[in-house]
Design a protein around this ligand. Structure first.
Ligand SMILES: *Cc1c(COP(=O)(O)O)cnc(C)c1O
Length: 388
């Protein structure tokens, strides 16, 4: 037997309480019980998104929410600014092109975060830009973009919205949707929200709804206006993923019981311990600046293939992490600590990394990264009450 551990940046582990909630009998989506369930999760999602606007719930993976966030707000021929600092930034560009949207791409070197001034300058230079598309956390590189600063450039500009892919950010670190002025915020179920894959969530500001009224692109299934008409009545336009929504109800109850600030503090603490553990083990982080608290991208050490690390973790120790994508394949590997994670997940991951890297012939002092993480994550003697 090989016990399995899921340390991939999506899908992430699902708590047993949530699995049990999803095992409940399916309720019919036009029955009053569903409307009650849907009403509850809609309210709680507003809390999680820190918004007063409606948060649409879609039966799709995160990319469905991204696609809808292009199709519903822009018309063919209109222009968007796309921040491309990795695989997911690149995806925004591909979706825009699919819908005939003209793309101005702001390329950011992988491992770096976007300079907010560069976004402000690009907007100033081209008044025809109707939307800015960005990731709050670029999962392919493990870097966070400062969406709060980016919003400063779009907030006051009439007719331009900021669309944020927060798929590995929401529920990990602070995303103040309304206060910062993020017009559209997208997330998915299988990352920080501790659910299986299958739901996408999108919050939409009043400014963005006004653009949706004028947009000629449209979509049939991901038609946000049509969904909103149903969802404000606690219904969905089409058959919802009922069992997933039962799981979501449980997730939101868990998150509310912990509290948003406590969730962010836990995620930050784990991320910090992971990064320091990696450094103490003699490895280096791939992110050159503002590493995301959702996951850690680690550079494969000199002479060691990153894909071999990823593969050995899985084959020998039952650990699913992730490799690098595109030109980073073999150069990095990625370990997630978002969602249903705690102290010993980080320690387990670090221990396994040390064992695998050493096993591949790289000089590594076993326990060096683990010890650092233990130090950082240990609850002090005062807190545990063991000392006078
Ligand atoms: C996972 C992820 C997505 C969406 O991927 P799906 O496979 O469609 O759920 C989009 N953006 C980022 C940053 C992600 O991490």
């Amino acid at each position: 037997m090989l016990k399995r551990y899921l340390f991939a940046p999506g899908p992430t582990p699902v708590p047993p309480e949530v699995l049990l909630a999803m095992a409940k009998p399916v309720i019919h989506h036009r029955a009053p019980e569903f409307a009650q369930l849907f009403g509850e999760v809609r309210e709680d999602l507003k809390w999680l998104f820190q918004t007063r606007n409606d948060v649409l719930i879609l039966a799709a993976s995160g990319t469905g929410g991204m696609e809808g966030s292009v199709a519903n707000f822009l018309s063919p021929g209109e222009r968007a600014l796309v921040v491309n600092g990795g695989k997911f930034g690149e995806r925004w560009g591909k979706i825009c092109k699919t819908f005939g949207v003209q793309v101005t791409e702001l390329k950011v070197e992988w491992g770096q975060s976007v300079d907010p001034q560069a976004v402000a300058d690009a907007l100033k230079k081209d008044p025809s830009i109707k939307a800015v598309y960005v990731q709050a956390s670029e999962t392919s590189t493990g870097v966070a973009h400062d969406v709060k600063r980016l919003a400063e450039a779009t907030k006051a500009r009439e007719g331009t919205i900021l669309v944020v892919d927060a798929i590995t950010a929401l529920g990990v670190f602070d995303i103040k949707t309304d206060v910062w002025g993020l017009d559209v915020v997208v997330t998915g179920s299988q990352k920080a929200l501790m659910l299986p894959p299958g739901l996408a969530f999108v919050s939409v500001s009043e400014k963005a709804w006004q653009m949706a009224d004028k947009a000629k692109n449209g979509a049939f299934y991901f038609n946000f206006k049509k969904e909103r008409e149903s969802q404000i009545k606690n219904q969905t336009a089409y058959t919802p993923a009922v069992s997933m929504i039962l799981g979501l109800q449980e997730v939101l109850r868990m998150l509310k019981a912990e509290g948003l600030d406590a969730v962010f503090a836990r995620q930050a603490r784990l991320a910090h311990a992971m990064r320091e553990g990696v450094r103490a083990a003699g490895l280096s982080l791939f992110a050159k600046q503002s590493p995301s608290d959702a996951l850690t991208a680690i550079a494969a050490p000199e002479g060691v293939d990153g894909q071999a690390i990823y593969k050995n973790l899985r084959v020998h120790y039952g650990i699913t992490a992730a490799g690098g994508q595109d030109h980073l394949k073999g150069k990095i590997f990625r370990v997630s600590h978002m969602g249903y994670m705690d102290t010993f997940d980080v320690i387990t991951a670090l221990a396994a990394i040390e064992m695998v890297v050493k096993g591949l012939g790289y000089p590594m002092k076993l326990g060096s990264g683990v010890a650092k993480a233990q130090e950082l994550l240990m609850v002090g003697a005062e807190a545990s009450g063991s000392r006078r």
